[in-house]
Design a protein around this ligand. Structure first.
Ligand SMILES: Nc1nc2c(ncn2[C@@H]2O[C@H](COP(=O)(O)OP(=O)(O)O)[C@@H](O)[C@H]2O)c(=O)[nH]1
Ligand SMILES: [Mg+2]
Length: 312
């Protein structure tokens, strides 16, 4: 009986402690966990020092659907395997969660949305590692860039700024986002096509993109390109894609994707068209044809030693 009363007294005591007493007891046994927010350039660099990862740059003007596209790939993995792969690891789980929250019923919003990417955030990366469904050992790490569209707009006006954008120089694939909503609108269509063409040309002329890089024309919001009035838009889009493939296909691996990451009306399935895009990010780049590799002149004795070693 006495014991029981003691226990109750103890309990009361704990709850009566002031908040400061409870929380700010320094205890060396606690370990600080990694932040799991999106990766800064330094974080990405650190990861690359111990693990191979492909950099995927997602480029396009504001509101095109860049962030939603990446957040929806993450959302698929919350439900199970996706695009013949299993989720394996991410150093930016909190980052993904923060970008996905407004799309969920628990956010209390009437329609799904994606938080605005601010220019002040600079360059950030999502980290996503997946393993092949048919071969668990085959793990691939992706660092997917997240930058405000306003910054990419500057490249159009000032092409030499492109070389400062490290994610473009390091990219294994660059997804150029073409906003389907603007493609649908006959008045905005020419402008969205011109914007994409200009930025690719600026990156090409400044030598920012490595030859052989995957240049991907990714149309978003395909759910809006539906019905009779969309036929002309889709035709113009196909023509635009073909022209870019013809213009740049000799230098880069150019391909087109059409996606509806998240139809707010829920008519089109979420993540439509995202599986082929993710798979393309996971395939290793094609090596340059052997003719393009320039062999240096081997002149001195050390060079000849190398040559002899190779010929033996
Ligand atoms: N109809 C439709 N709207 C989308 C889709 N993807 C994104 N959006 C909407 O487009 C707006 C801009 O998306 P966001 O990802 O923030 O674009 P970002 O500025 O390029 O990162 C948001 O209101 C999204 O809800 C889609 O597949 N279909
Ligand atoms: Mg964004």
């Amino acid at each position: 009986m006495t014991d029981e009363r003691d226990e109750i007294d103890d309990d009361v005591d704990v709850f009566e402690q002031s908040v400061t007493e409870q929380v700010f007891e320094p205890d060396q046994r606690w370990t600080t966990l990694p932040s799991s927010a999106m990766l800064s350039l330094e974080d990405a660099d650190e990861l690359l020092r111990w693990r191979e990862a492909s950099v995927i740059a997602v480029v396009g003007e504001r509101n095109g659907g860049k962030t939603t596209l990446v957040a929806e790939i993450y959302e698929r993995f919350l439900r199970g395997p996706f695009a013949d792969t299993f989720f394996c690891h991410s150093l930016s789980l909190l980052g993904f969660e923060m970008k996905s929250f407004q799309s969920r019923a628990e956010s209390g919003a009437e329609r799904p949305d994606t938080p605005r990417t601010s220019a002040q955030d600079g360059l950030r990366f999502f980290h996503l590692a997946v393993s092949d469904e048919s071969d668990f050992q085959r793990r691939t790490d992706l660092l997917i860039s997240e930058r405000a569209g306003e910054i990419y707009r500057e490249i159009r006006d000032n092409p030499e700024r492109a070389v400062e954008m490290i994610e473009l120089r390091k990219a294994a694939a660059i997804a150029f986002i073409i906003d389907g909503e603007r493609v649908l609108d006959a008045r905005k269509r020419a402008e969205v096509f011109a914007s994409t063409r200009h930025i690719i040309r600026a990156l090409d002329e400044t030598g920012t993109i490595k030859p052989g890089t995957k240049v991907q024309l990714v149309t978003t919001k395909l759910d809006l390109l539906d019905g009779a009035e969309a036929a002309a838009a889709l035709e113009a889009l196909t023509e635009f894609e073909n022209r870019l493939i013809a213009a740049f296909g000799g230098t880069y691996q150019v391909s087109a994707f059409r996606t509806a990451a998240r139809d707010p009306d829920g008519v089109v399935d979420p993540a439509t068209g995202l599986a082929p895009l993710l798979r393309s990010w996971l395939t290793p780049p094609q090596p340059l044809p052997i003719d393009d590799v320039v062999q240096p002149d081997l002149t001195d004795e050390f060079d000849r030693l190398l040559l002899r070693g190779m010929l033996q």
